[in-house]
Design a protein around this ligand. Structure first.
Ligand SMILES: Nc1ncnc2c1ncn2[C@@H]1O[C@H](COP(=O)(O)OP(=O)(O)OP(=O)(O)O)[C@@H](O)[C@H]1O
Ligand SMILES: [Mg+2]
Length: 311
């Protein structure tokens, strides 16, 4: 079922086209990744989805309702985790959760029950009594996520929830997202870490300069660039003869050599890999290692924009 549909969405700040005519949709139960470098327009996009900002053009529909005209269609069903941590640092974890729970209209037993459940999910039960200013960055991030879960939303939108935290908290957050999704929650996950998006998301939109420059599953995106692969071979002693034989293999389009490391660019790695091994085994060079550089989302991004995802 289509939960959220975005059509020709636009947001301009004077001459900056922060969001420049983008369209995508998300089905119930999916994890959609919005991947893009700094300034791509990710936060502006999700601010509009969360009804915090009005679009300059286009349409956002939640279950068929225009959310600008009818914010109540999405608001009670949405958990929004902002990029900047929004917590009261001098209050305890529990007091922060209570504040948000009340804002969502929870009270009494239900409020207490949800705070217990959410603290368990985000793994801060033992630290609930402590002031947030004494929490690590990772714990603050987790509490920030917890605040968005209290009212059991159908859809959670997370804006770079793992920036600047320790690897353990990061792993905890990623696994929490998967766990919530397994229980039926739909997720929009924003990041400029391609490995996070690769790990979590069924569907990915790659954004750059306010535009969606590619969308699809990870496999589709990688396939779409039909990237060549590079086979790296390390040998004891490179000879011109060896390089020449490799060059004669049909699928090989380029070959470079640095000391005893050979990098062979090939179009179809399966057949060419076998052929290269075949050639090597007929010579008397001894091979130290052979590996294939598989293209990933970083390669896709590089291929589409000519620049790296991160500086
Ligand atoms: N309130 C604003 N006023 C003016 N320009 C803005 C405003 N908000 C965002 N921008 C500009 O819009 C563009 C998109 O910004 P946005 O914050 O949406 O990007 P982002 O993908 O979330 O980046 P980051 O990874 O750094 O969070 C940037 O050029 C930014 O400077
Ligand atoms: Mg942002």
């Amino acid at each position: 079922m289509e939960l959220l549909k975005v059509t020709n969405l636009k947001k301009y700040f004077k001459d900056i086209k922060a969001v420049d005519d983008i369209s995508f949709c998300i089905n119930k139960g999916e994890i959609l990744g919005l991947l893009g470098p700094n300034g791509a327009g990710k936060s502006t996009t999700i601010s509009m989805l969360s009804t915090l900002m009005k679009p300059d053009g286009g349409l956002i529909e939640y279950k068929g309702d225009n959310i600008v005209k009818k914010p109540s269609s999405i608001q009670p069903n949405l958990g929004y985790v902002p990029q900047e941590i929004a917590l009261y640092k001098t209050l305890s974890g529990r007091e922060n959760l209570e504040f948000w729970a009340r804002a969502y209209g929870l009270k009494g037993k239900k409020l207490k029950k949800r705070i217990d459940e959410v603290s368990e999910i985000i793994g801060i039960t033992k630290r609930l009594k402590n002031k947030v200013e004494n929490y690590s960055g990772g714990m603050q991030r987790r509490l920030n996520i917890g605040a968005a879960l209290l009212h059991e939303p159908e859809l959670i939108i997370m804006d770079e929830p793992t920036v600047g935290i320790d690897p353990q908290s990061r792993k905890h957050i990623l696994d929490t997202v998967l766990e919530l999704n397994k229980k039926g929650m739909t997720v929009i996950y924003t990041s400029h870490y391609m490995e996070e998006v690769e790990y979590l998301c069924n569907n990915i939109c790659i954004m750059d300069n306010g535009k969606i420059i590619a969308k699809g599953s990870k496999e589709e995106l990688i396939k779409s660039i039909q990237s060549e692969k590079i086979i790296n071979i390390k040998v004891d002693n490179v000879t011109d003869e060896l390089l020449n034989v490799i060059k004669t293999i049909e699928e090989v389009s380029d070959i470079t050599c640095d000391n005893n490391a050979i990098a062979v660019t090939v179009s179809n790695s399966k057949t060419s890999f076998n052929k290269i091994i075949d050639v090597l085994s007929k010579t008397d060079v001894s091979i130290n290692s052979v590996d294939i550089n598989e293209p990933n989302l970083e390669t896709v991004f590089l291929n589409l924009t000519g620049k790296a995802l991160r500086d």
